[in-house]
Design a protein around this ligand. Structure first.
Ligand code: TRP
Length: 361
């Protein structure tokens, strides 16, 4: 079986370091292994509209931001197909047929949808499109016959729901759709990178994100105001690592070689942590180190972004070409789906011949 990767992001803002360690970095690594027959990276604008229906400008403006972030991180249009969801009408058709295979109560149980409904104060009036977006996500994944979907942990319920739809479809209509596998980050810190204030959710409105395109001065400011251990007051006090955002970020970003470069008096992260726990290591020193690490990680991304920013029409051309290719693939899957569902009347010469005979009797 072919190995196909598909994943995507809603274009509601610039991408931040949580997106990076949660999925983007992995995508680029996987892309560069050359192990995949095809890679599809989708800007999920139609999904973004399910909870931004009255704010289409926000979605429209962020398409280019997300595309630039993708290219900046090293997604390469020669190796990966970058495309825009709304440009693939086949996805809507698939969604419409999959809707028959999912119950309202099943959608209501989806934990991610549940918490999003709460966050958006949708309780009293949930838009139908928003409520059903997990089904449209199943269409995104199955249209490309994805075998591997690298995403953050919050997307787990969507993958479970997709698998259910695949199983149900295949058992009702015959083996047609491919069962996808979720690929989560293997490191706890990458799985759930908190905001700089230590809060679980990174969000623009809380001002607790570090963006991939963040300028060096702003990265520094955000690192130096990060949440640490509130009981670690004097340097000699013992410090706690749990819930200490600076250490969580080091777990997510630090590579062994950064110690030699920026903090040679420690052999590695374990030794730094031991010292912090014991007491005698100040927050400022750890923050200075984290700042150096983040600057080293983000500088090449920011510089590459600036290069791509110089030719915006070329970026749209990449997306247009990618969308054309993606549509061809989705159209073929839709053809197979319609055949399996027996709604392929005009292609079914056998049926037409049989009925001719029947009515000739
Ligand atoms: N739900 C994802 C997000 O919130 C975006 C998305 C849409 C997606 N369709 C997808 C991710 C298919 C992976 C696979 O960012």
């Amino acid at each position: 079986m072919k190995k196909i990767m598909l994943t995507g992001d809603r274009p509601t803002g610039r991408l931040h370091v949580g997106h990076y360690v949660g999925s983007l970095k992995r995508r680029v690594e996987l892309q560069n292994t050359g192990d995949f027959d095809d890679i599809f990276i989708m800007i999920a604008d139609a999904q973004a509209l399910t909870d931004n229906a009255d704010n289409p400008e926000k979605v429209r403006e962020n398409i280019i931001e997300v595309a630039l972030d993708y290219l900046a991180c090293g997604l390469d249009p020669e190796k990966s197909t970058l495309f825009i969801q709304s440009q693939i009408p086949e996805l809507c058709e698939l969604t419409f047929y999959y809707m028959n295979l999912v119950t309202v109560s099943r959608l209501q149980r989806n934990p991610t949808v549940k918490s999003e409904i709460q966050q958006r104060n949708f309780e009293a009036s949930i838009p139908v499109g928003f409520f059903t977006y997990p089904i449209s996500q199943a269409a995104d994944i199955t249209a490309f016959k994805a075998t591997t979907v690298p995403v953050g942990e919050d997307q787990m319920p969507m993958l479970e729901q997709t698998k259910e739809i695949v199983h149900k479809f295949n058992s009702v209509y015959g083996e047609t759709l491919v069962d996808p596998k979720i690929l989560l980050p293997d490191n706890e810190a990458c799985l759930r990178l908190p905001g700089t204030d230590g809060k679980a959710k990174m969000s623009k409105s809380l001002g607790n994100c570090i963006y991939l395109s963040e300028e060096p001065e702003d990265i520094k400011k955000k690192v130096f105001s990060m949440f640490t251990d509130p009981t670690h007051i004097r340097i000699e006090d013992p410090g706690k690592l749990e819930g200490n955002t600076v250490f969580t970020y080091l777990d997510a970003f630090c590579r062994p070689e950064y110690f030699a470069e920026f903090l040679p008096e420690y052999a590695g992260l374990d030794e730094l942590k031991e010292h912090y726990k014991r007491g005698g290591l100040g927050d400022m020193k750890v923050k200075r180190f984290l700042n150096n690490v983040l600057q080293a990680e983000l500088e090449p991304i920011r510089n590459r972004r600036k290069e791509f920013q110089k030719d915006i029409p070329a970026v749209y051309e990449i997306l247009r070409k990618g969308s054309e290719k993606a549509e061809k693939v989705a159209a073929e899957t839709l053809r197979e789906v319609k055949e399996a569902m027996r709604i392929n009347y005009f292609d079914d010469q056998e049926m037409i011949a049989k009925q001719s005979e029947k009515f000739a009797e």
